[in-house]
Design a binder for this molecule. Structure first.
Ligand SMILES: [Zn+2]
Ligand SMILES: [Zn+2]
Length: 136
């Protein structure tokens, strides 16, 4: 039997479980996601709303409305983004990939808003790489 995916925010107040496997993991390179998450691009697991449950910390979830586009849900204590709702995809939550406990189990298959990607993204392995923190 497949183990459920689990996840949390950084401070641990919010814990969630995904009972139905995500069918699609996407990297979004759009400007809204870039601003909203402070990252070069954002990775999401699209999961059925009916397969997503908050195990604890539901009262810590803060919601920011993105106008007609949807909403962003994040931890009111530590600020970690947990999931977005995109009004174009009713019935789905776009779970922030980095909040998953074992993100290496599942990989993105798709880039959206790829024309908007930052030019260095595709050559990330060419940077100066350190296995852990940068050494002086
Ligand atoms: Zn938190
Ligand atoms: Zn986006």
């Amino acid at each position: 039997m497949a183990t459920n995916l689990t996840g949390s925010c950084m401070c641990g107040a919010i814990q969630y479980e995904i009972s139905k496997r995500s069918r699609l993991i996407v990297n979004c390179h759009c400007t809204i996601c870039r601003k909203g998450n402070g990252s070069a691009f954002s990775t999401y697991a699209a999961v059925l709303e009916s397969g997503f449950s908050i195990v604890s910390g539901a009262d810590s979830i803060q919601t920011y409305a993105l106008g007609e586009k949807g909403e962003k849900n994040f931890c009111g204590t530590c600020g970690s983004p947990i999931f977005n709702k995109n009004n174009k995809y009713p019935g789905f939550y776009m779970v922030h990939y980095g909040s998953l406990n074992l993100p290496h189990n599942i990989e993105p298959s798709t880039n959206v808003f790829f024309d908007n990607k930052l030019p260095w993204v595709c050559s990330i392995e060419q940077l100066n790489n350190f296995a852990e923190e940068m050494k002086k």
